[in-house]
Design a protein around this ligand. Structure first.
Ligand code: URA
Length: 422
């Protein structure tokens, strides 16, 4: 095969042959196809799209670039979830132990922050002692003992995606349905879960801002999963405003603990419970009373087992930032909108995210939202608290958060926010 032919085929709007796809993914993984060539091909796919059979073949080739895990020897059914990423999306933290408390296994391979969105592993690393890296054997043991595992994907899982993801991140080719769908599903299918619940985000803080695009992404991923023998369902959920009242690693752990203790913000609880019911249903557990498991401490027990199995000190205090500044309202009003993107970028600038691959993140940095949608405020009231260990980061974070609130006249009716869409 000639890689330039493959690029030209897609550049001119053609359909890639199965053999071309298998070859180009394999050759790229082995370093025979250069980064520049794959960048050109990714841009051609971004602009021209792919047909369903091409996406399916591309996904399979990425799975075949590495190892597949096998949980079939476990004594319990497996069920996993994946979110396409958002601001304040800490749902995995309460969700995995909640679902595991019903006796199913949750093998949650997670990632790190990307751009303005947070990463589950970065959040959990705010807990003193907690380790993200487990061997496959450790993972299997923990699934039997604690039920839930949240850890980093080993380097053997879909290595083609690892390379391609890093390349897309720096070439403006992230937000394409065929590339997102194949990236997510190659990892989840290779992971070997029997059931998968997808949380597909839409709105200002999501990669797919448009609802029709998000639906198309959801449909594509459900088909890919189903065809590969994974029971796959998707929920379409709102990411126009941040989830809950915190964005930032340690702050989100704190909020997750509130949910596990039976409290926490209503939107976080609603989404956690909706996803838990889907995951349990997919694993054959019907009519689970997930609210009761949050209220009576079963989910919290399961969290403590999961965190301590990975070296985390569940009773240690979470890190506190060295600098905290308040951002205040300049007028009276009712909050009718809160822009997830503005809050996400602020948290990232405060040090919760990275600007270069591999950079360390601050465990205590982030945004604590005081006034969320529906809240009445007076001029001078605190809208948010900004946390960071590096004072120099404060001005630019304030700049990005300043325009995030939409305030309307006091008394304005605010329609209830629907987290899960029909
Ligand atoms: N998450 C992934 O794993 N891949 C994408 O392409 C987008 C979000």
């Amino acid at each position: 095969f000639d890689v330039v032919d493959v690029i030209r085929t897609k550049r001119d709007g053609g359909r890639l042959a199965d053999e071309q796809i298998d070859w180009v993914i394999d050759a790229y993984t082995r370093g025979v196809v250069a980064e520049q060539q794959m960048a050109a091909l990714a841009m051609a796919i971004f602009l021209r799209g792919m047909e369903r059979p091409e996406i399916a073949r591309w996904t399979r080739a990425m799975i075949d670039s590495g190892e597949r895990m096998d949980f079939s020897t476990l004594s319990k059914p497996t069920t996993d979830k994946h979110s396409t990423g958002g601001v304040g999306d800490k749902i995995t933290l309460p969700l995995a132990p909640l679902v595991a408390s019903f006796g199913v296994a949750v093998p949650q391979l997670s990632g790190r922050g990307l751009g303005h969105t947070g990463g589950t592993l970065d959040k959990l690393e705010a807990i003193p002692g907690w380790r993200a890296d487990l061997s496959n054997e450790q993972m299997m043991r923990q699934l039997e003992s604690a039920g839930a595992v949240i850890c980093a994907a080993g380097s053997g899982l879909a290595p083609a995606d690892k390379k391609l993801y890093a390349l897309r991140d720096i070439t403006g080719t992230v937000e394409a349905i065929p590339l997102i769908a194949s990236s997510i599903m190659s990892k989840k299918i290779a992971e070997g879960t029997a059931a998968l619940t997808l949380d597909v985000k839409t709105g200002a803080g999501a990669f797919m801002k448009d609802e029709a695009d998000a639906r198309e992404l959801a449909r594509t991923m459900v088909e890919l999963g189903t065809d590969a023998g994974v029971r796959t369902v998707a929920l379409l959920t709102d990411m126009s405003a941040p989830l809950g009242r915190t964005a930032g690693n340690g702050l989100e752990v704190r909020e997750s603990l509130e949910v596990l203790a039976g409290g926490g913000p209503a939107d976080v609880v609603e989404l956690t419970c909706a996803l838990a019911r889907e995951m349990l249903e997919a694993a054959g557990v019907r009519d689970a009373d997930v609210e009761a498991a949050l209220a009576d401490g079963r989910a919290m027990d399961s969290w403590r087992a999961m965190i301590s199995a990975q070296g985390g000190d569940v009773d240690a205090p979470l890190p506190v930032a060295q600098h905290v500044e308040e951002f205040r309202a300049s007028e009276d009003g009712v909050v009718t909108g809160l822009d997830a993107m503005g809050v996400g970028v602020a948290a990232w600038r405060l040090g919760a995210g990275r600007s270069r691959p591999g950079e360390a993140v601050q465990a205590a940095a982030g945004v604590e939202i005081e006034a969320h949608i529906g809240d009445e405020v007076k001029a001078g009231d605190v809208l948010a608290r900004l946390h960071t260990d590096t004072a120099e980061r404060m001005p630019r974070a304030l700049e990005s958060i300043a325009g995030s609130w939409t305030l309307e006249a006091p008394g304005t009716e605010v329609p209830e926010r629907r987290i899960v869409k029909d």
